[in-house]
Design a binder for this molecule. Structure first.
Ligand SMILES: O=C(O)CCC(=O)C(=O)O
Length: 334
């Protein structure tokens, strides 16, 4: 038998299981130690099933309407319609993704008291939840869209002490394409990247020695928390169903956050259109009351816009500043 501990990032996926931190959930110091050492925490049955299953139902209702479910099957089973298989950044995927992004429950879930309390204990600071969570739908046998090995910090920027909560919407066995992590890889800083096979992004160069992969079968309510420098990727979805998951980013409020994390101006979405039709305003623009440590500051962005001679840089800065004004960033952050 192969020893999973010997598997490197450039070898086929092995399935040594996640270390389950549920038994030590109440021991904050032990959790902080494990996170520092391994770069991740895995908790079984951390969240109650109801809010997750409700969000799953809301998503599946939209996906059924959009023809993404196999006709004649029970929507609850999420059996995929293979004829419309797509993924990020296909225009069809982005269009449907924008509909999912408007769902109020999708934005309420990351504020769940169990999650906020966990991060408060981990950070020993007020928690800043980044407002742009990600909803992901993976079609079966569309392996070209399977998440490639990467580190979130490259895209998220700000403090490296930013953590992802990854939450599958329902049971997610490895055959449905659950997540794989390379424990302790957060300790090695940013790793060299290479273009992805489709040339549309970059991925961590797997020949770079990093460690072994771990993965596991998720039941509804199980979650993963991991550091922004931890290398991770997904397994291919070899089932006949859609894989549905959400992921959210959290950091200590006092540490730097890149202002782009609040911008929503990708042509498909805006905060105003996201919030239209919500029942409650509780989680709308919630960052307005927080004393953000914006890096770069809004003043610096405005000064850069004033002084740049580069028309492309000016256009990018103008777009960002307009989006930040629409995001109603707090004056306290200036
Ligand atoms: O769900 C996936 O396949 C990728 C998730 C991911 O990369 C993340 O949460 O940072």
């Amino acid at each position: 038998m192969r020893d999973p501990a010997s598997d490197r990032l450039d070898e086929p996926p092995q399935s040594s299981g996640y270390l389950d931190s549920s038994p030590v959930l109440s021991e904050s110091e032990e959790l902080r130690n494990r996170l520092a050492l391994f770069g991740y925490l895995y908790f079984r049955r951390f969240l109650p099933p109801e809010p997750i299953l409700e969000l799953r139902r809301r998503f599946l209702a939209i996906l059924e309407e959009q023809g993404w479910l196999s006709p004649g099957t029970d929507p609850a089973d999420a059996v995929a319609n293979p004829l419309v298989a797509c993924g990020d950044p296909d225009p069809d995927y982005l269009r449907v993704h924008a509909l999912l992004f408007k769902v109020e429950e999708f934005h309420a879930l990351p504020h769940h008291p169990l999650l906020m309390d966990l991060f408060e204990r981990l950070f020993q600071d007020t928690v800043l939840l980044h407002p742009r969570g990600v909803a992901r739908i993976f079609f079966p046998t569309a392996d070209r869209f399977t998440t490639r090995p990467h580190q979130d910090h490259l895209a998220v920027r700000g403090t490296e002490e930013t953590y992802t909560a990854w939450i599958p919407l329902g049971d997610c066995p490895q055959t449905l394409g659950s997540l794989q992590l390379a424990p302790a890889t957060h300790l090695g800083g940013l790793r060299p990247t290479q273009p992805t096979p489709d040339n549309r992004g970059t991925e961590v160069r797997e020949s770079h020695p990093t460690g072994s992969w771990v993965s596991g079968d998720f039941e509804v309510g199980d979650i993963l928390v991991f550091h922004s420098l931890l290398v991770h990727r997904a397994l291919p979805n070899s089932s006949d169903r859609l894989r549905l998951s959400v992921d959210y980013r959290y950091q200590p409020l006092s540490l730097p956050v890149h202002p782009a994390r609040f911008a929503l101006n990708d042509g498909f979405r805006s905060w105003a259109s996201t919030y239209a039709g919500w029942n409650s305003s509780r989680f709308q623009y919630y960052w307005q009351t927080l004393r953000l440590n914006l890096m770069p500051s809004l003043n610096l962005l405005e000064e850069s816009l004033e002084h740049t001679d580069d028309p492309r840089e000016a256009a990018t800065l103008k777009l960002l500043l307009d989006a930040l004004s629409l995001a109603r960033l707090s004056e306290a952050s200036r």
